[in-house]
Design a protein around this ligand. Sequence first.
Ligand code: MN
Length: 202
Amino acid sequence: MFEQIKLDYGFDALEPYIDSETMATHYGKHHAAYTANFNKFAEQAGKTGESVENILAGVKEIEDPELRAGLRNNGGGYYNHNLYFRQMIPGGSKLPTGALAKKIDDTFENFDAMKEKLTALAMGQFGSGWAWLSKTSDGSLVISRTDNQENPISLKTGHTPIMCIDVWEHAYYLKYKNLRASYVEALWNVINWDVVGELYEA
Ligand code: MN
């Protein structure tokens, strides 16, 4: 049984950057629905004993089109939102430290340049999708974006996501309406760089 990540902060804790109603709907309705549907499709596929990462990495090989789409969309929705909600913290963010900070500087020149590039990817995503900061098997950092609930694992890039930006309208429309840029800018204020750093070093 796959379960949503437990939040160690309240729905209102990320105000004013991410509003309480959006959190309640996003976590309590959207993520809950992805999770319930993922469990349903995983059971149907006989994959309840596998990790979500394994299921997503093998999703393209599933022959039945309904099962393939069900696992890709809902398994992706389950996995992506677990990372999204895990990487946030109330009270504003600190900057990356340690190995992650050094790799960001080596790869992008500095934190602000990485932020600018990832923001541009998020802004350039046409329709629903995600922007990603991921690590490769040799510890390099890469940024990318994906459509719908795809992610670097279901696309078999070999990269492991460590931070993400949800640009589905459900992530921001209640507060920011059509202003995706305002939401993306706000999100940077609540990223928990300790968690992202742990995922980088894992
Ligand atoms: Mn979402």
